[in-house]
Design a protein around this ligand. Structure first.
Ligand SMILES: [Zn+2]
Length: 462
């Protein structure tokens, strides 16, 4: 089974990025042979990229490595999609000693605070979110009975919102797979504007469990593809089918969920969880588990998942186990802000986020936007600070920790030479006022400017 062009899996990212370079015809700019460059671009049916060979970003204040102190007056040198070096002071084009055929441009962020692109480990790009609690049965949070054509366009629109909000990489945890993978491939292939996407597609769940949208009398042979599993072989098959379709990561529903009235308790048997996790790991995929009840989370952690989503009633013992095994808690505080909602009551009762901080369990930033409107994603930072996390730690959770969870720590998460140029800027210091992250003014992803002066580009990339 060959993957569609632009298919991206965390473990094949580098290969995919090479393909992206070919897509944009940037890869050959390092070579002096302009003729060869032009001929190959024409052969690919793509125009040569007109951007400068080097971009110098003058950063008034630079938080290159979250967790370390920011530096004043720095210059980030970007070439193609990578960060080449960081220099003290505001360096001019002359300092680069360019050859005659090389060009450079300066981006003036001298009045701004510059930091690595943010990441959201739990997002639903297909759904728009609702401002009111979901009372009706049927479908995931925010799901409306839309055609796949409509869903595709909504997904593109939400992806643009995510990037405009400063999120340069997101992990999509549950959507109509064919729509989601197509959008992912077009965005990761550099043809549409949006964040780098790692997508789960169809979640793996027990029949009748959270996210089971199949009809009762569905053909049993189709159940693997639908993500349903009952029994070990069935769970292995469900994982393999998602991989075959193009999943980057497996979303496993360890418990029911309020969004579709399937409750808070474990619905899998332990050995089904273990089979799911083992099948995913064997294929080089990580597993994110949706989980509320404490014993279900304990079992999922014992089975070896890579992150626990929501984790509402996780026990201290499990949080300690997660710390030991470097399993991330993705707290999704944003979805638990509506007064009177079950998830809010549960969250406030068990205070998993606060206990995880005390114990030192690794925390990766995740919002569950799509359950709520996408424009609210960056409010998660304020929710975290309000519950006692330092602004600095919230930024670490959305950069270094997410990069580690995504197994992309050598590519993204900090502004350092050799990494992808995922760079954002805000007015004001978020270490002093976390709310500055709710108004991102500049976004660069893979060396391409997506937002400047507060203005996001159109949906197509040239
Ligand atoms: Zn979710």
């Amino acid at each position: 089974m060959s993957k569609p062009l632009g298919y991206i899996n965390p473990h094949t990212l580098v290969r995919s990025l090479d393909r992206f370079k070919l897509d944009s015809c940037k890869c050959l700019r390092g070579l002096k042979g302009f003729v060869a460059f032009f001929v190959i671009c024409v052969a690919l049916g793509l125009p040569p990229v007109q951007a400068a060979d080097f971009v110098l970003i003058h950063a008034g204040e630079l938080l290159a490595v979250p967790g370390q102190a920011p530096q004043l007056k720095q210059t980030i040198v970007v070439s193609n999609e990578n960060i080449v070096e960081i220099r003290d002071g505001f360096v001019g084009v002359d300092a680069l000693e360019l050859s005659d055929d090389q060009t450079a441009e300066i981006i003036d962020l001298r009045g701004s605070f510059v930091l690595p692109g943010l990441m959201d480990a739990h997002i639903h790009l297909m759904w728009s979110g609702r401002d009111r609690p979901i009372k009706k049965k049927g479908g995931l949070a925010g799901q409306a009975p839309l055609s796949n054509e409509d869903l595709t366009l909504w997904t593109l629109r939400h992806a643009r919102t995510a990037l405009a909000s400063g999120f340069t990489t997101v992990r999509e945890l549950g959507a109509e797979p064919e729509v989601m993978f197509a959008v992912r491939d077009w965005i990761n292939g550099g043809k549409f504007i949006g964040p780098r996407i790692l997508a789960a597609g169809q979640p793996v769940t027990a029949a009748g469990g959270h996210g089971d949208n199949s009809v009762v009398d569905a053909d049993p042979d189709s159940l693997g593809a639908s993500g349903l599993c009952d029994g070990l072989e069935s769970c292995r098959r469900a994982v393999r089918m998602q991989h075959k379709r193009g999943s980057d990561v497996i979303k496993m529903m360890s418990t029911g969920g309020w969004a579709d009235h399937t409750g808070t308790e474990q619905l899998f048997f332990y050995d089904e969880m273990e089979a799911t996790v083992n099948a995913a790991h064997q294929l080089g995929m990580t597993v994110a588990t949706h989980a509320y009840a404490g014993d279900a989370i304990a079992n999922a952690v014992r089975a070896g998942v890579d992150s626990v989503e929501h984790g509402l009633a996780v026990t201290d013992a499990t949080l300690k186990e997660m710390k030991k095994k470097n399993i991330f808690l993705v707290p999704t505080l944003s979805i638990a802000q509506r007064k009177g909602d079950e998830i809010t009551l549960y969250r406030d009762k068990y205070r998993a986020f606060e206990r995880a901080m005390d114990i030192g369990t690794p925390i990766a930033f995740g919002t569950d936007v799509g359950g709520i409107p996408h424009r609210y994603a960056a409010r998660e930072f304020s929710h975290m600070v309000k519950l006692g996390m330092s602004p600095e730690a919230t930024i670490v959770s959305a950069t270094i920790n997410t990069a580690s969870l995504f197994r992309l720590e050598s590519e993204i998460g900090t502004i350092e030479p050799g990494k992808l140029a995922d760079i954002i800027a805000v007015n004001g210091n978020p270490l002093e006022d976390i709310k500055t992250l709710e108004d991102v003014k500049f976004v660069m992803k893979s060396g391409r400017v997506a937002k400047q002066g507060g203005e996001i580009k159109g949906i197509f990339l040239e």
